[in-house]
Ligand binder design. Structure first.
Ligand code: ADP
Ligand code: MG
Length: 270
């Protein structure tokens, strides 16, 4: 089912309201809203341990998390707190040592490599700090490469339009600024109409103005396509854009805060 674009108000009910007994009785038409109560991701007791013996690192400790359809989540926390590990498990790139995670009816923790590959290909768009565009292909060709292996993609032109880069379609990555290259990476991540957009420090290498443009592109995708979105950042001001902010420390979610007054990308202070 393709979820139609839906404008949502800038204000959101707080978590306790979302979890009220009435929340479970939302009509079907409300299910795609960020203020609906349907969790699409459900993680329980996620623990990730790297290495063994003295070299053992506990990257995640007993993490429970629900993410609802269409939510915009921001993950904050110091370096090494487990943010990427958590995002990678949600994206089917990594498996926990113990615990369970599901996206709708997809088991992300006991699944075969093949099933995870299918899950990633059909449902997940990734954006990383470094753009990893193919330098010998034009912008349009970079985006088309992903569209070609997707089941119900938008056209590369539509994806580039969403990130405001239609006019750069015929350029090569080396002819673009860092921010433009990252927006191409966002277009490449969304051209397949992913259900989930996972962004690991997408503005980590960018200056203020280009960072805002990238964030605006991500927010637009979340808003217009109801794509469930998680963004890892070091910049706590970006948290203002979220529906909900998760703070990690030492492999745990130590705080979880609804954001009652969302700001736009252009209001983020660096
Ligand atoms: N592949 C790996 N092998 C060993 N240790 C790892 C690996 N990936 C991450 N870690 C460790 O797990 C912890 C959490 O890492 P990570 O999730 O990348 O944190 P963050 O994204 O918050 O900076 C860190 O101590 C990191 O060094
Ligand atoms: Mg990280």
């Amino acid at each position: 089912m393709r979820i139609k674009a839906e404008k949502r108000p800038n204000h959101y009910v707080c978590l306790s309201e979302q979890r009220s007994p009435h929340a479970g009785r939302l009509p079907e038409s409300d299910v795609s809203r960020a203020d609906g109560s349907v969790p699409v991701f459900v993680a329980r007791g996620l623990t990730k341990i790297y290495g063994s013996g003295d070299a053992q690192v506990v990257a995640l400790k007993d993490v429970d998390l629900d993410i609802r359809q269409g939510e915009f989540i921001v993950l904050l926390g110091p370096s090494g707190s487990g943010k990427s590990t958590l995002l990678n498990i949600l994206g089917g790139l990594d498996a926990p040592t113990s615990g369970t995670a599901t996206w709708r009816d997809h088991d992300l923790t006991g699944a075969s490599d093949e099933a995870l590959t299918t899950y990633r290909r059909e449902h997940v768009g990734f954006v990383f700090q470094f753009y990893n565009l193919i330098p010998s292909l034009t912008v349009e060709e970079n985006v088309r490469l992903v569209a070609q292996i997707a089941t119900d993609p938008m056209t590369p032109g539509e994806a580039l339009d969403l990130v405001g880069l239609s006019h750069r379609a015929d350029r090569f990555p080396s002819q673009l600024s860092g921010g433009e290259q990252q927006r191409v990476a966002v277009a490449r991540a969304i051209v397949k109409r992913p259900d989930i957009l996972l962004c690991d420090e997408p503005t980590g290498a960018l200056d203020v103005d280009t960072g805002r443009l990238v964030l605006a592109a991500i927010a637009k995708v979340n808003e217009e396509l109801s794509t469930t979105t998680a963004v890892i950042t070091h910049n706590s001001a970006i948290a203002g854009m979220a529906n909900r902010v998760l703070r990690l420390s030492g492999g745990r979610i130590v705080r979880e805060e609804p954001n009652l007054r969302r700001i736009g990308a252009y209001d983020v202070e660096w």
